[in-house]
Design a protein around this ligand. Structure first.
Ligand code: OKP
Ligand code: ZN
Length: 338
C-alpha cells in the first residue's frame, strides 16, 4: 500500500478558532498528522501536479484568494491569522470588492477556519498528497493507497473554505480520476461530520456518487447540509446519499448504515472508490459524539474492501490525538495489505 505524507502540510498552523462563544486552541493541530506519520512509517512525499487539478473543482478566483489572503491580511496592517466577520448569505453576488474582510466573508462560511501564514502552502501540499496517492491506482499498480492529508478537505466547496478545510483533497482526487478515464467514481465519506463541500462540488454531477454517514446535522455541525432529503440535482439527481445517525451511535447501527452506503455504491458501478476517512467517529473524540472503538475500524475497512474496487483513502478529521495514529493504523490494517 502506498502511503503519502508531505511535511510541508505542517506549515499550516492556525492558533485559535471561535467555538461556543469563545476563542479556543484550534482542534486541527499539526501534531495530528505527526502522530499518524510516526505510527505508520514508510511514507513517501508528494509530487507537484500544480494548480490545474485544484481548479477542476475550485474556481480560479477562490484559489487566487486563498493563495494571497494572508499577505493581504498583513498588508491591511493586521497580525496573526486572517478570519472574516461578515458573511453575505442571501446576497452572495460577484461584487468586485477589494477589502480583505469582504473577501474572507465571500469565500468562507464559518469562524473555525482561519487563514494562517502557512495555510496556502499546507493546503496546497495536502491536495498534492491526495493526487500523488492516486497515481498507482490509476496505473493499476495497487488496490489501496493512503493519502495522509492535512488540513482536511471535505468541508471546502467550489469557492469556499470552512470546517478546518481549504482545498477539497478527496474531490480533487476524484475529479482527477474521472479526467484520467474513470467513467464513474464513488466517494464514501465516513468522517463524523457531513462532507458538505464534497457534496456541493458534485451535487449536479452524474459521474461522481457521494455517499456519506455522519452525525445528524439537526444536532451537529455543519447543520445546513447533510440531511437525508438532499439527494442531488439535475443530472446528479440520485447521486447523493446522506445517512445521518444520532449522537451515541455505536458499531452495530454504524455498520448497518455502512451496508446501505456500500449497496448504493455497488448499484452505481464505479471503477474507483475514494474514501474520506475521519477517525472522529472514535468514542473518545473530543469534539464528536459517536461510540466507535479502535477494534471497529478494521471491520469498517473490511466491509469497504469487500467491494473489491481500487480505493484511495484520504485522511479527513480525528481529534483524539493520542489515539489517532492507532485508529488510522487499525483502519488501514482492515484492507489486508502491507
Ligand atoms: C472538520 B472535519 C466552529 C466549530 C465547529 C467544526 C468542526 C469541523 C470538523 N468554530 N466545529 O469534518 O473533521
Ligand atoms: Zn469531522
Amino acid at each position: 500500500m502506498l502511503k503519502v505524507f508531505d511535511r510541508r502540510q505542517l506549515l499550516h498552523a492556525p492558533a485559535l478558532e471561535l467555538q461556543n462563544g469563545g476563542w479556543v486552541v484550534h482542534a486541527e493541530k499539526a501534531a495530528r498528522a505527526e502522530m499518524i506519520a510516526e505510527r505508520l512509517g514508510g511514507l513517501s512525499p508528494a509530487t507537484d501536479f500544480g494548480r490545474a487539478p485544484l481548479e477542476r473543482v475550485h474556481t480560479s478566483a477562490y484559489v487566487d484568494f486563498l493563495q494571497a489572503a494572508h499577505a493581504r491580511w498583513l498588508a491591511a496592517g493586521r497580525e496573526g491569522d486572517a478570519i472574516g466577520y461578515t458573511w453575505p448569505v442571501v446576497r452572495r453576488r460577484p461584487l468586485d470588492l477589494e477589502r480583505i474582510d469582504a473577501l474572507l466573508g465571500l469565500y468562507s462560511y464559518d469562524a473555525g477556519t482561519p487563514i494562517a501564514a502557512g495555510t496556502w502552502e499546507g493546503a496546497y501540499w495536502g491536495a498534492q498528497t491526495a493526487l500523488t496517492a492516486l497515481q498507482p491506482l490509476l496505473a493499476g499498480e495497487t488496490r489501496t493507497a493512503f493519502a495522509l492529508c492535512r488540513p482536511p478537505g471535505h468541508h471546502a466547496g467550489p469557492d469556499y473554505l470552512g470546517g478546518y478545510c481549504y482545498l477539497n483533497n478527496a474531490a480533487i482526487a476524484a475529479r482527477a480520476a474521472t479526467d484520467a478515464g474513470h467513467a464513474r467514481v464513488a466517494i464514501l465519506d465516513v468522517d463524523y461530520h457531513h462532507g458538505n463541500g464534497t457534496q456541493d462540488i458534485f451535487y449536479d454531477c452524474d459521474d461522481v456518487l457521494f455517499a456519506s454517514i455522519h452525525a445528524d446535522p439537526a444536532t451537529d455541525y455543519p447543520f445546513f447540509w447533510g440531511h437525508a432529503d438532499e439527494t442531488g440535482d439535475g443530472a446528479g439527481a440520485g447521486a447523493t446519499l446522506n445517512l445521518p445517525l444520532p449522537r451515541g451511535t455505536a458499531a452495530g447501527a454504524y455498520l448497518d448504515a455502512l451496508t446501505r452506503a456500500l449497496d448504493a455504491i455497488v448499484a452505481f458501478s464505479p471503477s474507483l472508490l475514494v474514501v474520506s476517512f475521519g477517525a472522529d467517529t472514535f468514542e473518545d473524540d473530543p469534539i464528536s459524539h459517536f461510540q466507535l472503538r479502535q477494534a471497529d475500524y478494521p471491520r469498517v475497512a473490511e466491509a469497504i474492501a469487500a467491494l473489491d474496487l481500487p480505493r484511495l483513502i484520504v485522511m479527513e478529521g480525528g481529534y483524539a490525538v493520542d489515539a489517532l495514529g492507532h485508529n488510522v493504523a487499525a483502519f488501514l490494517d482492515g484492507f489486508g495489505e502491507a
